[in-house]
Design a binder for this molecule. Structure first.
Ligand code: NAD
Length: 477
């Protein structure tokens, strides 16, 4: 099997090919991917530093053309890339193709942004002086990504980084090197000069840590868990380095008595269980008022009964496997914990056997939960949701906000007053009304508050806040 190698200074690097295993079928090796060392990561940082002066002065047309070329190739290969993604991560093929298409849209958006960069020329308060306010690239950007969106998250970090003239050292999650490698290969062949984009595949402890420690890294954009995010924050503070951290969630979906039941059930099932519940925006807490509670639970259980959990590439599969053995063990231990805490397991929660050896888990729905239970406070990151019964809207809002996280919050209601009040008062970076908490657009900001996010928003035009720095120049003529 060919070894897919790292990319450092424009050259392939690394011989140590590790198998990338399919979670739907552990006998299927998706490919061999070179594991970078700490020295490789340091070399990548140095290469990005060396490439920065020229790339930062490259014209917007060059950046536009490269991103547009990459967008077109991703779109043309969306089926193949989506299949690769589904094979290495375990989301369904349809979800994988959708994600590949999303990566293309993001590239296309930032191809346009490269040509839309503007500044301000303003008269100074001093006669005869003009003030120019411009945006400049930050420098070398370290990019560290999680496994759950193997192509979309890298795309929404790499595209703005390159669009605004930064150079990059990219470390994807160990479990999903395939999508990352393909994306970097496409961007590289689209015309990026050597050293502008460097790929180092490897562990967080060895390769990721170099990105945290390197004095060559000027800004760090990280998506992953809260503990790693805290570590990244401490390192960035130590270096006085700009940072953007996107972390976990424990997202509430409020369902009120006046909700349209079908809409509420669709939002809950999609938000909590699609993509195997492995989304930072997943609706893991379903907060339901008493009048609709029983009908809602019965309808959700009915829907869950109709979902097929199977091989991600199989026609008719609704929910693919959990990403790996470790994550599955974690999900199962939370399911045990929920039982011990006194929640009622209304559906699912057991490991499933399928024709191929994989990490299959029947989606789990807990009822009779209290918001103080650990299954309601800690991010599980699997197909597990907890229903919390509340009296009325006021209690629902209080419970929704009673969490250390603040990424996404949803409400299902037909009352404008509740929808409006919730939009204004939910403590979350993103609010969804009659929509699942997961599933966002690519041209508007993404991010949260409290323990979920730190630093400027990702995506859309707001991405410029992180990927550029503002210069104010005074000119006397
Ligand atoms: P993780 O924190 O284990 O790993 C994330 C990345 O950090 C990986 O690339 C990993 O190798 C790297 N890493 C680990 N230790 C490191 C170290 N010492 N130094 C530098 N890098 C290190 O997270 P994960 O399990 O890959 O992803 C799941 C988490 O990501 C969940 O908490 C989920 O909510 C979160 N997530 C958040 C968003 C968001 O936008 N808010 C999106 C997707 C996923």
């Amino acid at each position: 099997m060919t070894i897919h190698r790292n990319l450092i200074g424009g050259a392939p690097a690394g011989e140590d090919g590790r198998p990338n295993i399919n979670p739907s079928d552990t006998t299927d090796v998706v490919g061999l991917y070179a594991r970078a060392t700490a020295d490789d990561a340091r070399a990548a940082c140095a290469a990005a530093r060396a490439a920065f002066p020229a790339w930062s002065r490259s014209g917007p047309m060059q950046r536009h053309t490269i991103l547009k070329t990459a967008a077109a190739e991703i779109a043309a290969r969306k089926d193949e890339l989506g299949t690769l993604l589904a094979r290495e991560e375990g989301k369904t093929r349809a979800e994988g193709i959708g994600e590949a298409l999303r990566a293309s849209q993001i590239m296309e958006f930032f191809a346009g942004e490269a040509l839309r960069l503007t500044g301000d020329l303003v008269p100074s308060v001093r006669p005869g002086v003009e003030v120019a306010v411009t945006r400049e690239p930050v420098g070398v950007v370290g990019v560290i990504t999680p496994w759950n969106f193997p192509i979309a998250i890298p795309a929404w970090k790499l595209a703005p980084a390159l669009c605004y003239g930064n150079t990059v050292v990219f470390k994807p999650a160990e479990l999903v090197p395939g999508s990352a490698w393909a994306l970097v290969d496409i961007l590289h062949r689209a015309g990026l000069p050597d050293g502008v984009l460097n790929l180092v595949m490897g562990t967080g402890a060895e390769v990721g840590q170099v990105l945290l420690d390197s004095p060559d890294v000027d800004a760090l954009t990280f998506t992953g868990s809260v503990p790693t995010g805290r570590r990244a924050a401490a390192a960035c503070a130590q270096h006085m380095r700009k940072m953007q951290l996107e972390m976990g969630g424990k997202n509430p979906l409020v369902v009120l008595d006046d909700a349209d039941l079908e809409t509420a059930v669709e939002c809950a099932v999609n938000g909590a269980f699609y993509s195997t519940g492995q989304r930072c925006t997943a609706s893991s807490r379903l907060i339901v008022t008493a009048g609709i509670h029983d009908a809602f639970v019965a309808a959700v259980v009915e829907r869950l009964r109709g979902l097929t959990v199977d091989h991600a590439l199989k026609e008719g599969t609704h929910i693919g496997p959990v990403v790996d053995e470790r994550q599955l063990a974690g999900d199962l231990s939370y399911i045990d914990l929920g039982r011990q805490e006194g929640a009622h397991l209304a559906f699912g929660g057991e490991r499933l056997d399928r024709a191929t050896p994989g990490f299959y888990l029947q989606p789990a729905l807990f009822t009779e939960c209290s918001n103080t239970m650990r299954i309601c406070r800690e991010e599980i990151f699997g197909p597990v949701a907890a229903v919390i019964r509340v009296r009325d809207y006021d209690e629902a809002l209080a419970v929704a906000n009673d969490t250390p996280f603040g990424l996404s919050a949803g409400i299902c209601t037909t009352a404008l007053k509740h929808a409006t009040h919730f939009r204004r008062n939910a403590r979350a970076g993103m609010v969804m009304v009659n929509l699942p908490t997961a599933g966002v657009d690519f041209h508007v900001p993404f991010g949260g508050c409290k323990g979920s996010s730190y630093g400027p928003r990702e995506q859309g035009r707001y991405a410029a806040e992180f990927f550029t720095t503002v210069k104010t120049a005074y000119l006397a003529a």
